[in-house]
Design a protein around this ligand. Structure first.
Ligand code: NAD
Length: 255
């Protein structure tokens, strides 16, 4: 994988999958600018501290990013043990807002990668509401739509990962046609990162045990990160609108 000469903005760089993307992308020659609410603990080419749940903070962060960059990896996220509004704001509405604000700085041939989840796999069951939410075209309009269509705490993580997959797919074609910028999702299965424990409490022991029999083990962050970094490379130039599972085959066992 070649990333020489590319500048990549990565959110969620201070832990888990985001930190591994930084390491791998820099090793492949990229210049990486990180964004996170926590300080990073590895070498970056630039860092912007920001809370990606707030429009004002996102706008202030974008103002500090380079005038031009080749790719944006939206990796920051919280588990469904966080309050519903926070999950909506960080995992979906804020991600969308950051991406829309960043888009004018991404030239033709650029790439956007959104980290979804295997837990977003049931999006076809709720396609109509996810399309309606995608049509609410600003952070505030989306928040307003969600006030009228409340999402339960128990399934909020799944709901907003599903919504992210649907928005990414439906939005990607226009951006690819109009601007030559690709957008894809990567859907990890369970990964050994600090939030894995939250997923266990979120899903319950029964589901976790059922999944445990369907896979070898949870993945490592360095097994997810190369796919995200590769989607930023020119080798992936004909991939857009996809949602790529990186889960040791777990999703395939549900077919
Ligand atoms: N770990 C898993 O099992 C798993 C599985 C599927 C998908 N994912 C997704 O992968 C992504 C990365 O998760 P991870 O496992 O590396 O978790 P992690 O907790 O190790 O990393 C998440 C990072 O996001 C940052 N972040 C969270 N909220 C933020 C905010 N408001 N503003 C700025 N930064 C914020 C955190 O500071 C942290 O550095 C998330 O979107 C998560 O939903 C994780």
């Amino acid at each position: 994988m070649q990333l020489q000469g590319k500048t990549i903005v990565v959110t969620g760089v201070s832990s888990g999958i985001g930190a591994e993307v930084v390491r791998i992308a820099r090793f492949a020659g990229a210049r990486v600018i990180g964004v996170d609410r926590n300080d990073p603990s590895l070498t970056l080419d630039g860092f912007v501290k920001a809370d990606l749940s707030s429009v004002a903070a996102i706008d202030a962060a974008v103002a500090q990013l380079p005038e031009r960059f080749d790719a944006l990896c939206n990796i920051a996220g919280v588990p469904g043990t966080a309050p519903v509004k926070l999950v909506a704001d960080i995992n979906y509405l804020g991600l969308r807002h950051l991406t829309e604000q960043a888009l004018p700085r991404i030239p033709r041939g650029g790439s956007i990668v959104n980290v979804a989840s295997i837990l977003g796999a049931e999006w076809p069951q709720r396609l109509a509401p996810h399309k309606a939410l995608a049509a609410a075209q600003s952070f505030e309009a989306g928040a307003h739509w969600l006030r009228d269509h409340p999402v339960p705490q128990e399934s909020c993580y799944q709901y907003f990962k599903e919504a992210l997959i649907v928005w990414s797919a439906t939005q990607s074609q226009q951006w690819f046609l109009d601007r030559g910028v690709r957008m894809n999702c990567v859907a990890p299965g369970p990964v050994f990162t600090p939030i894995l424990g939250d997923f266990v409490s979120m899903l319950g022991q029964e589901r976790v045990q059922a999944d445990a029999h369907r896979m070898l083990r949870p993945g490592f962050a360095d097994e997810i990160a190369p796919v995200i970094a590769w989607l930023c490379s020119d080798e992936a130039r004909w991939i857009s609108g996809a949602n790529i599972p990186v889960d040791g085959g777990l999703a395939s066992t549900y077919i």
